[in-house]
Design a protein around this ligand. Structure first.
Ligand SMILES: Nc1nc2c(c(=O)[nH]1)N[C@H]1C(S)=C(S)[C@@H](COP(=O)(O)O)O[C@H]1N2
Ligand SMILES: [Mo]
Length: 314
């Protein structure tokens, strides 16, 4: 796995991942949102040390599971394909464009972008539509911070995202007729994109984002099913109309645009009432828990949907 490569901390300041948890407990008494300024710095990310929307109360999923049980169809369909078949993928150099209905379009170099925006650590629950879940410590910045730099025009209503297309480095992109259409595309309504929970991640567990988790830049929308969290983003476009999204186009009867986690609306082929907690399996059938409405983030996001009939917006 790639070592940490944010431009700011020097390598001598990097905390080995093994001490990540103990460092967190050391910092547990620190002020909410306090930047890690004094003493050795693991990374430039501000830590949210108090339980709350940015800091899940659950135990983080072991790094081994976070990086070896993945969905990233550009590398293949099996959960182990992204970790075993992404070694040749090169996430540097990398550019991501912010374009469309904005006053200041820009093509960002990924490292210039990381240097321009303060990083934060967010411990978020992630619920895949396949009824499994993890709890992941991301490092990144709010999507709202990047959009603010671009100055969206009043006509912008949605944000459209595009993943990279590199069949020479992504064996899943040379697949046959059952393959998804590339690039993988996703979208959010502008108010969803501006919500403080919505994150662009560039790292996890205090290290550069591994290829299999969407290097060098991926979206994290913790109240929605995992497929909204588009990986290896190259293009962010502000648009007027609801953009097409990969899974909705593949199978509109099973995957909607909004895709908010909702235990009361079953997938046509399985229940969404509960989830398998990856890395928490036990001898006595442990490792399952009830799925929460909006994945437990309702206090922060339910207001986005007003009286919308969430059933019909699966
Ligand atoms: N480009 C791209 N992004 C993607 C996917 C994908 O296949 N391609 N899979 C999605 C799905 S279904 C999930 S659950 C999450 C998984 O993220 P993780 O492997 O980092 O846990 O990535 C999402 N982002
Ligand atoms: Mo997923």
């Amino acid at each position: 796995m790639a070592r940490w490569s944010y431009p700011r901390p020097s390598s001598s300041e990097i905390t080995p991942r093994g001490v990540w948890l103990s460092r967190r407990s050391l910092l547990a008494g620190a002020t909410l949102g306090m930047a890690v300024g004094a003493g050795p710095r693991a990374f430039a990310a501000a830590l949210h040390t108090r339980p709350g929307p940015f800091q899940a109360a659950e135990k983080p999923t072991p790094l081994e599971d976070v990086t070896h049980y993945n969905n990233f169809y550009e590398f293949g369909l099996d959960k182990t394909d992204p970790s075993t078949r992404s070694g040749q993928f090169r996430p540097r150099p990398w550019t991501v464009s912010v374009e469309g209905l904005v006053a200041r379009p820009r093509v960002w170099d990924i490292d210039a972008l990381i240097a321009a925006l303060p990083l934060e650590e967010r411990l978020y629950r992630m619920r895949c539509v396949e009824a499994w879940s993890m709890v992941i410590p991301w490092d990144g910045f709010p999507l709202a911070s990047l959009l603010a730099l671009a100055e969206p025009l009043g006509s912008a209503r949605y944000v459209a995202f595009e993943s990279v297309v590199r069949p020479a480095e992504m064996p899943g992109q040379t697949g046959g007729l059952d393959s998804l259409a590339w690039p993988y595309v996703e979208g959010l309504r502008l108010d969803e994109a501006m919500n403080p929970l919505t994150l662009l991640a560039v790292g996890l567990y205090g290290e550069t984002l591994p290829n299999q988790n969407g290097a060098p830049l991926r979206l994290v929308v913790p109240w929605k099913y995992g497929f909204k969290g588009i990986k290896s983003i190259t293009r962010i476009r502000l648009v007027e109309k609801m953009p097409p999204t990969t899974w909705n186009q593949m199978n509109p009867a099973e995957y909607g645009f909004f895709a908010n986690v909702n235990p009361e609306v079953d997938h046509p082929r399985w229940s969404q009432a509960s989830e398998r907690v990856i890395g928490a399996g036990g001898f006595f059938g442990g490792g399952r828990k009830k799925t929460l409405m909006f994945n437990g983030y309702g206090a922060q996001v339910a207001g986005l949907y007003g009286t919308m009939n969430l059933r019909s917006f699966y």
